[in-house]
Design a protein around this ligand. Structure first.
Ligand SMILES: C[S@@+](CC[C@H](N)C(=O)[O-])C[C@H]1O[C@@H](n2cnc3c(N)ncnc32)[C@H](O)[C@@H]1O
Length: 732
């Protein structure tokens, strides 16, 4: 097995990035920021995010990315088998992924070094070297306070906070139920991670809120305390010696006692070959880390390896989906959108997104109340696994339950969650309660996204008081698969075609050899583009073609290496669903996007075209037709004639892409992607691809009618895209 050595991480240490060393931080009591203090009113109103820790990928974060980029590694051999190791340190990379420094018992390099950096996916147990664990416990025993750092370098801040043994502090805190500033720290950490479960916590949080007074509730910490805390923190940094980089290795290596940990060598081999910063499609998530109701500070900190021994997790489209499709015509305003996909320029396969009616204003606070039951039901296999694991783990801590799908819990736990949810989302006129609902939804969506290995989803409104977007009360966030309405059958995997290329070298090398890959050559659309087989560039950016691939392909074991599978790689760009000034809610990324980046796929409930047509105009706003233009005057093309016509309705199920607004000068284009199904049956996925480099937080848009095939209807919606090329109406 081939893995990358620690040298693979090109971590250039920049003194400007250096925060506090653990010893400096702990030695100076004046450095500790009392988070529970009421903040001054010196908040910077220009900082709309309002959270102490901004996740905005600043220039510093870009530096962070640079730091963690893999350099060309020397390759080193690990035999198959089990390997003993102990964890001696941890750091957090620029994506918030925790990487562990692992010391191996029976392996070392020629130079005698025996440590590697691993993600939680490749190690079966997060077991610290005993001396390290003791030190962490000692730190927690001494104080539950944790320093708060500035937001200049996300990776070092998170590493620093882990350095404070805050997991151990959380554990201790939840046992002792002490009231001190640690709880507030936890809330800030939660916010920092975009979760803010603290705002919806149980008694502990409420008592903490009480002790702070109304002006410094967890929610108001977002604004008026921020500047003051930042100032204190900066003072604290200035007052400390900042000569050491944050590191989670708490002490020198004193003990040589080894803890046995198992590594699945094939998984290890595979994951070592990837950049440590990439998200994985099967990243397990351990509820055990949700101590005191606070989620892990990083995307995951699994305590168990949940991959199969082959490291392969299948994503299987159900043959017939179970959810009952019952449009509630009175809840979510829909328009009937109509547009053709950009793909139709190169193929008869076209998708359409259509609408005719203007959606009513959604700024009424009543709309938010429909969110009182956020979508806890997890459709994903991974989520169910996670839930089972949680229940088996026996924890019945009420505070830990918020991330779990309610229906999958035991009746006892269900009632606890329901009570807790009611507490958190009960209709209230207070802004805090309203914001708590937003955080709750954000938390639920992020949990779903993460169960698919994808980056977080944030909800932001800097424009007005609307708390949440309009959503059907039963809406469920689904990151990357369709649901199918009853009666729609999709071919099972026994019918799929797939390639046997091991690492798809054929696809990578040149167009002349690309057709050796079954994923490239057996599709009539590929044939129509015979000289443009290469779908992705070497660096994984879309080359603006069509591709397919299934979980049966040999390369499914290593999708990140298959040039055909880029759209299946979990989204690594965090997304903000934000309120726009003129177009309702829209989306943007908190990371810069490179042209060709595949950002995600449109998900929702697949319904037949007849069912889609039956939707009243107002309910068709989030309907995406999968086949493009309907046949007119019997002039249907061959493709249309050969299969049923489908639409994807994202009113009840969907992901962030349902919020993408139209622009006449869009920065995204849509493409059809066929995977885990058959081509030519009218059920491709719709991928959103950046057609240009997109700066951080620029709204993401696509053209609802790129081929100008639709006609303007009487009640067509005026377009507010603001482009100089604006055609005036959404579908003109
Ligand atoms: C698929 S939804 C997009 C998300 C939507 N903004 C929301 O808040 O849920 C499409 C609807 O968004 C609004 N919209 C999108 N792009 C627009 C634009 N350029 N001008 C005006 N309204 C737009 C229209 O109401 C349209 O029917």
């Amino acid at each position: 097995m081939i893995i990358h050595s620690p040298a693979a991480f090109n971590r250039q240490i920049n003194c400007n990035d250096i925060l506090l060393s653990l010893s400096n931080a702990r030695a100076k009591s004046e450095d500790v920021v009392e988070i529970s203090d009421s903040g001054s009113a010196n908040g910077d109103p220009s900082e709309s995010d309002g959270s102490l820790f901004s996740r905005s990928p600043s220039a510093e974060q870009e530096v962070g990315e640079e730091r963690w980029r893999m350099s060309e590694p020397p390759q080193e051999a690990f035999d198959d088998g089990e390997w003993k190791f102990q964890i001696i340190g941890e750091e957090v990379d620029h994506n918030g992924e925790v990487v562990y420094e692992v010391e191996w018992e029976d392996w070392n390099r020629e130079d005698g070094s025996n440590t590697t950096w691993e993600t939680a996916q490749t190690i079966s147990d997060i077991k610290w070297r005993p001396a390290q664990q003791k030190l962490r416990n000692d730190i927690a025993a001494k104080s539950l306070s944790v320093d708060v750092m500035t937001t200049t370098d996300i990776h070092n801040i998170e590493t620093f906070l882990r350095n404070q043994a805050y997991h151990e502090k959380l554990k201790r805190y939840s046992k002792e139920k002490k009231t001190n500033n640690f709880n507030d720290m936890a809330k800030l950490m939660a916010k920092h991670q975009g979760y803010d479960q603290a705002a919806t916590r149980g008694p502990a949080s409420q008592s903490a809120q009480g002790s702070q007074g109304s002006s410094s509730s967890p929610l108001t910490l977002r604004t008026n305390q921020r500047a003051s805390m930042r100032q204190q923190t900066e003072n604290s940094i200035a007052g400390s010696s900042s000569g050491a980089r944050a590191s989670s290795r708490l002490s020198s290596r004193s003990s040589v006692t080894l803890i046995s940990g198992n590594v699945n060598s094939s998984t290890k081999s595979r994951d070592h070959s990837l950049p440590s910063t990439s998200y994985s499609s099967s990243k397990p998530s351990s509820s055990k880390t949700l101590l005191n109701g606070v989620p892990p500070a990083s995307p995951t900190l699994p305590s168990k390896l949940t991959r199969s021994s082959k490291g392969k997790e299948k994503e299987v489209i159900p043959h017939v989906s179970s959810p009952e499709y019952t449009p509630s015509h009175d809840s979510v305003p829909y328009n009937h959108l109509k547009a053709s996909s950009a793909l139709s320029t190169s193929s008869s396969h076209a998708s359409s997104f259509s609408a005719t009616k203007k959606r009513p204003s959604s700024s009424s606070p009543e709309h938010s109340d429909s969110q009182n039951s956020p979508p806890f039901l997890s459709p994903s296999k991974n989520s169910r696994k996670r839930t089972r694991h949680f229940i088996e783990s026996g924890s019945e801590d009420e505070d830990e339950l918020d991330l779990l799908p309610v229906r999958e819990l035991s009746p006892f736990l269900q009632s606890k969650v329901t009570q807790s949810s009611k507490k958190a989302v009960a209709p209230s006129s207070s802004k805090e309660d309203s914001l708590a609902r937003r955080y709750k939804l954000q938390q639920a969506w992020t949990a779903e996204a993460r169960s698919a290995g994808a980056a977080p989803i944030y909800l932001v409104n800097d424009i007005d008081d609307e708390i949440l977007p309009d959503l059907d009360p039963g809406f469920r966030y689904i990151e990357k698969t369709y649901q199918f309405a009853p009666g729609i059958t999709v071919p099972g995997e026994e019918f799929w075609t797939y390639c046997t290329c091991d690492i798809c070298e054929n696809c990578r090398s040149s167009t002349s050899e690309a057709d050796q890959c079954d994923c490239q050559c057996s599709y009539e659309m590929s044939a129509a583009q015979a000289d443009t087989f290469g779908v992705y560039t070497q660096s994984g950016l879309f080359a603006f073609n069509v591709y397919k691939g299934t979980e049966l392909c040999a390369c499914a074991e290593k999708p990140e290496q298959c040039p055909n599978r880029v759209a299946q790689i979990p989204r690594k760009h965090p997304i903000e669903v934000f309120k726009t000034a003129t177009c309702g809610w829209g989306v943007r990324s908190t990371k810069a996007i490179e042209r060709g980046q595949v950002l995600g796929i449109y998900t929702g409930l697949v319904i037949t075209r007849d069912a889609a047509k039956a939707l009243p105009g107002d309910l068709a706003n989030y309907r995406f037709d999968l086949d493009g233009d309907e046949p007119e005057d019997g002039q249907a093309n061959e493709y249309v004639l050969n299969h049923e016509l489908y639409s994807v309705d994202s009113r009840l199920y969907g992901n962030w892409t349902r919020f993408i607004n139209h622009s006449c000068s869009p920065n995204l284009q849509i493409y059809l992607v066929v995977y885990n199904t058959l081509p030519g049956i009218g059920l491709p996925y719709i991928a959103f691809v950046a057609n240009q480099n997109i700066p951080i937080r620029e709204e993401l848009t696509f053209d609802y009618n790129p081929n100008k095939l639709s006609t303007v209807e009487d009640d067509a919606e005026p377009c507010h895209c603001g482009s100089s090329q604006c055609r005036g109406f959404l579908f003109s």
